[in-house]
Ligand binder design. Structure first.
Ligand code: SF4
Length: 95
């Protein structure tokens, strides 16, 4: 159902016929970790998340799984050289 409280016009599963059913009756603004994410939207000078009503909860147990600004960092980390494999390769090259 479309929101008519904070993120007006956006479909939200918390919106019911009687109003917003989320915890406090409205979405919470993004937190510092969300800055740079493309899943944000600004309503009345406040930035909200498009997928999470409580962005802070998405970061409680590590990185937010919907964050778009972390993908680049993860790709860079996966390209790091495994020191054990590098050692084996170097030993094989010496033979
Ligand atoms: S998707 Fe995650 S990182 Fe992006 S704004 Fe929402 S809570 Fe923040």
């Amino acid at each position: 159902m479309q929101c008519d409280t904070v993120r007006k016009g956006i479909n939200c599963s918390f919106m019911k016929n009687i109003g917003c059913s989320f915890n406090k009756g409205r979405c919470l603004p993004i937190i510092e970790n969300c800055v740079g994410c493309t899943r944000t939207v600004t309503f009345e000078d406040t930035v909200y998340c498009l997928v999470a009503a409580d962005p802070a909860a998405k970061w409680k147990r590590g990185d937010c799984n919907f964050a778009t600004h972390l993908e680049k960092k993860k790709i860079e980390e996966s390209q790091k050289i495994n020191p054990l494999k590098a050692s084996k390769r170097a030993a094989a090259a010496r033979k």
